[in-house]
Ligand binder design. Structure first.
Ligand SMILES: [Mg+2]
Length: 190
């Protein structure tokens, strides 16, 4: 199978690292467990919130970001099973090199990394369609729905910022952690 994986919130724990950075820099008291989105947490419009994320990338870099629990072993297993695994992220191209280095450190078996054009942020589904992806894993409901609408199966990894969203789409199923993601994919492969 062809499986595409979102990066932030699925493989990389961007949000917790970002919250720490913001709390230190702006003397805030952000708790990512209560976030619905970065925009809402900061009470900023999307563009302004994105600027804060750029600040984070520029000043903090991406090196200190930790992988999501269980993701390293899970990705190894998916590749061992013979799946083609592609990282599909809308992370800023400003940090493309660092992002590739980060992936090389934690997920050296992943050979395909696609950074979607930032201006086409909402159109991850175009990439999935073109790549003929069988399964996509994401933590962001807008991407999950857009991709599911193309008839592609989507696994939404539960994260504090998506738990409040009720999603009823026949192509979208939730997983509580990486173990469950692997179980779903194994069941489908056999
Ligand atoms: Mg994400």
């Amino acid at each position: 199978m062809i499986i595409s994986l979102d990066l932030d919130g699925v493989l990389a724990r961007l949000v917790s690292e970002f919250a720490q950075f913001m709390n230190l820099k702006y003397n805030l008291n952000l708790d990512p467990k209560k976030w619905r989105s970065i925009e809402e947490a900061l009470n900023l419009k999307r563009r302004e919130a994105d600027k804060r994320v750029f600040e984070f990338y520029q000043e903090n870099g991406v090196k200190k970001i930790k992988p999501v629990d269980g993701s390293i072993e899970a990705v190894k297993e998916l590749i061992k099973m013979g799946n083609r695994v592609i990282v599909l992220t809308s992370r800023s191209k400003l940090v493309e090199n660092e992002t590739r280095e980060w992936l090389q450190i934690y997920f050296p078996d992943i050979k395909e990394i696609l950074i979607t054009d930032y201006e086409k942020n909402g159109r991850k589904f175009d990439y999935c369609k073109e790549l003929r992806v069988d399964f996509h894993v994401d933590d962001y409901s807008k991407h999950a729905i857009g991709i599911a609408e193309q008839g592609i199966e989507v696994i939404m990894l539960n994260q504090p910022w998506n738990l409040h969203e009720e999603i009823n789409h026949p192509k979208i199923q939730r997983a509580k952690d990486w173990n469950e993601i692997v179980q779903i994919l194994k069941a489908r492969a056999s």
